[in-house]
Design a protein around this ligand. Structure first.
Ligand code: ZN
Length: 63
């Protein structure tokens, strides 16, 4: 399964998770640190290039 990164809106933690391709990583799981469910998926390059949607504002190495 491809890997995705999610970022917690509450504590700022970025954590990795895997999800089936059919879900495209949505929705991300709750934060594994504080349990907050308000997490956002962010793209990384570990998933083998599964970029399914826009969000071109996110660039590797910076915000
Ligand atoms: Zn958190």
């Amino acid at each position: 399964m491809p890997k995705y990164d999610a970022k917690c809106d509450k504590c700022g933690r970025i954590f990795e998770y895997t999800a089936p391709i059919v879900t495209a990583g949505d929705p991300p799981p709750p934060c594994d640190k504080c349990g907050n469910e308000e997490t956002k998926k962010v793209f990384n390059m570990n998933g083998g290039g599964f970029i399914l949607k826009g969000q071109g504002w996110f660039k590797k190495g910076g915000y």
